[in-house]
Design a binder for this molecule. Structure first.
Ligand code: BV8
Length: 237
């Protein structure tokens, strides 16, 4: 299905920062005094399901008060121009890429607006809360969890992602610290298969030195400028 992909764009929390979605490493990656790595794990969920549900219920509710920014919209404009040659792989669990107009988005760490039933393994679009343990629409069990990939869990769509990275001509990383694997290793995998690699980030990330080119500044400025350059247009369309 991704035979035509020539460009893979990997995005992280930094692309949604200017929309008002806090990144993981802002405030030292803390949420109500909890380290994210300590809340976003299956063990934390087994130990304190209420706390973990609150962490995701709050973030799911906050989605209705944020909007996509010019970086999300620029990637949608690129997709309009090149279609199936572009694949956006996001580490983000927000829905700003889709609301910004992107249609082909792989959420390798899952989505806030999806619930997964631990009983029947079915997924459901979900905009409400899960902390009140609602019944699964299909099997009735009260086993719905956030459909996100926690630390220690296998990210989604890894075969499809590696298959695309092995063929792309251009790998661009936007707004990620390069702190979390396996996403942090995609640049090396793409480069090993001949891709040109570019980092667009506010400041040099932990993996900046691994890229052929690195541009630093806010995504809402860098990404539209890069898309205009790529499409051979200069200045606002
Ligand atoms: C797995 C979903 C194996 C939940 C998330 C190898 C080495 C070391 C460790 C590991 C390794 N392999 C595996 C690990 C363990 C672990 C890991 O990497 N730990 C880290 C902490 C050391 N990885 C895992 O557990 C992964 N699973 O490997 O499974 C396996 C194999 C077989 C079978 C079973 C299992 C799963 C990791 C996924 C965890 N889930 N999210 C949720 O959202 O709550 S991770 C979460 O943090 C994000 O999704 C993201 O991926 C990650 C990092 O966040 P970023 O997006 O990068 O955001 P951050 O705040 O860090 O950085 C923001 C950047 O934006 C900054 O650089 C900043 O400068 C920039 N920025 C800010 N503002 C702007 C901007 N840029 C531009 N413009 C702006 N305005």
């Amino acid at each position: 299905m991704d035979r035509l992909v020539r460009i893979v764009v990997l995005t992280g929390a930094g692309i949604s920062a200017e929309s008002g979605v806090p990144t993981f490493r802002d405030a030292e990656g803390l949420w109500h005094g909890h380290r994210v790595e300590d809340v976003a794990t299956p063990e934390a969920y087994d130990r304190q399901p209420g706390l973990v549900h609150r962490f995701y219920d709050e973030r799911r509710a906050a989605l209705s008060s944020v909007e996509p920014n010019d970086a999300h919209r620029a990637l949608a404009r690129l997709e309009d121009a090149v279609g199936d040659e572009l694949l956006v792989v996001t580490q983000n669990i927000d829905d700003l890429h889709e609301r910004g107009g992107s249609r082909r988005v792989l959420h390798m760490h899952g989505r806030l607006r999806s619930a997964l039933c631990r009983g029947c393994r079915r997924r459901f679009e979900w905009t409400g809360t899960l902390g009140d343990r609602p019944p699964c629409p299909r099997c009735g069990r009260r086993e719905l969890r956030p459909d996100v990939v926690w630390f220690g869990e296998l990210p989604y769509e890894m075969d499809r992602i590696h298959d695309a990275l092995a063929r792309v001509e251009l790998f661009v990383s936007v707004g990620t610290s390069g702190a979390v694997h396996p996403a942090a290793g995609f640049v090396l995998y793409a480069a090993a298969h001949g891709a040109r690699t570019v980092e667009l980030n506010l400041v040099p990330s932990a993996g900046s030195h691994l890229f052929d080119e690195a541009r630093h500044g806010p995504a809402s400025r860098l990404v539209p400028a890069w898309v205009d350059e790529l499409l051979g247009r200069v200045g606002p369309s």
